[in-house]
Design a protein around this ligand. Structure first.
Ligand SMILES: NC(=O)c1ccc[n+]([C@@H]2O[C@H](COP(=O)([O-])OP(=O)(O)OC[C@H]3O[C@@H](n4cnc5c(N)ncnc54)[C@H](O)[C@@H]3O)[C@@H](O)[C@H]2O)c1
Length: 390
């Protein structure tokens, strides 16, 4: 297949490009490099050193003989985006290309506006470019489980049967997100659903849980193929961040009571889920939603698991409960459906000691690169003035 990967230089997009290339698909990457630019401007960095995109792609060709083409460009640059789609004629478009964190979107007005503009307008452009250049192609869009929030009823996959005053309907599941980032994903979902209805496009919205892990079969082939390991307060997802904290003797930073429960997924399963969505496309005119996570944990449970694992490695691990900078429930009901991808054949890699040990060992290897100043949360959801530094 011809597969276009938007955001193919990122944490997930890069290993996904390698995954599809291994299978013989023709892969084309578009990335604005906004993520690398953010790091350069704010003195952030991936814990594992990253090669520039051109060198990564060169290393892949050298190792495997397979070519991945790419263009540096922004989804908000419509002429560029539509030209890539028109020339490449992808059968599937996997869309990772968004500003992807809640804390970033809550820094201040500028960062909230950037998040909305980058994500919502970027995705609207993607929809128009598909309609105008390759209307049969299947959009696989990365959304988030955070779109649903933490309702006091079971979360379904995108839609819910409702009976109201004696009448029944199947309606989009109500959304109650908890940041401007998550709201941008909700707006995307509505725009994608609408485009499928009016233009007959086909799309799969993958409501993904929090991802952990840093290696896939392909990225571990050569250090030049590594994907990013974010451990900081803005981009570091919780388990990867705990591993970095554990190895330098910094307390595991649990926000509030730690009862916040979410869906989690191993990076290797992200690769498989996207693959399953691409190889089992939605029919034309259909907008479907898959919940993409394999297990649920509370933040407090994860901290205990990380502590036990660190101690097995001889580390002295402490847990510290910080005032929660976010406005969120710290003890709540959480049960979400995730059967669609399992039915398509997903075989989950669950969180085991071995996975955590391998993340911690990687963090130990590069522990000299950990900047402690990037760990404590400095972005507050409330009416305070925020800055990026801790
Ligand atoms: N990492 C997670 O735990 C997680 C969880 C749920 C959902 N997701 C979603 O998965 C997707 C990928 O996440 P990630 O962790 O790989 O993020 P990432 O920041 O590492 O990668 C995103 C990539 O997209 C690029 N990009 C951003 N805006 C762009 C634009 N307008 N045009 C072109 N390129 C652009 C960035 O430069 C970056 O390389 C995101 O949409 C994110 O919201 C991630």
């Amino acid at each position: 297949m011809k597969i276009l990967i938007l955001g193919g230089d990122g944490y997930l997009g890069w290993p996904q490009a390698l995954h599809f290339s291994t299978q013989g698909h023709d892969v084309f990457i578009v990335d604005s490099l906004m993520r690398r630019d953010f790091d350069a401007q704010n003195n952030f960095d991936s814990l594992i050193p990253l090669q520039p995109l051109e060198q990564r792609v060169g290393a892949w060709k050298e190792k495997t003989g397979r070519k991945i083409n790419f263009a540096i460009g922004d989804t908000r640059d419509y002429p560029l985006l539509s030209k890539v789609m028109w020339d490449f004629q992808p059968e599937a478009i996997v869309h990772f290309a968004e500003q992807r964190t809640a804390p970033y979107s809550m820094i201040d007005r500028e960062h909230a506006v950037f998040t909305m503009d980058n994500n919502v307008i970027g995705t609207l452009n993607v929809l128009y470019a598909i309609k105008d250049s390759c209307p049969e192609s299947h959009l696989v869009k990365l959304g988030t489980m955070g779109e649903y929030g933490t309702p006091n009823i079971d979360i379904e996959e995108g839609f819910i049967e409702v009976t109201h005053k004696g009448r029944k309907d199947r309606l989009p599941y109500p959304k109650a997100p908890s940041s401007f980032y998550h709201l941008s994903k909700v707006h995307d979902s509505h725009n994608i659903m609408f485009a499928c209805k009016v233009w007959g496009l086909r799309a799969t919205d993958l409501n993904q849980g929090v991802v952990y892990g840093i290696e896939t079969r392909q990225t571990s082939m050569d250090p030049r193929l590594a994907t990013r390991f974010d451990y900081d307060q803005i981009y570091g997802t919780v388990l990867n961040r705990f591993c970095a904290e554990a190895v330098i003797g910094y307390p595991l930073t649990v926000y509030g009571r730690g009862g916040q429960t979410r869906g989690y997924i191993n990076i290797q399963d992200t690769m498989s889920c996207v693959d399953l969505a691409v190889t089992h496309p939605a029919p034309c005119g259909e907008y479907r939603v898959f919940n993409q996570f394999t297990e649920t944990f509370s933040v407090g449970q994860l901290a205990l698991i990380a502590k036990a694992c660190g101690e097995k490695l001889g580390l002295n691990v402490r847990i510290e409960h910080l005032d929660n900078p976010r406005v969120e429930s710290e003890g709540h009901y959480y049960r979400a459906a995730n059967t669609s991808l399992l039915k398509l054949g997903l075989q989950p890699h669950l969180l085991e000691d071995t996975v955590l040990v391998s993340i911690m060992k990687k963090a130990m290897e590069f522990s000299g690169r950990i900047d402690k100043n990037l760990l404590a949360p400095s972005v507050n959801w409330r009416r305070t003035k925020n800055s990026l530094s801790a």
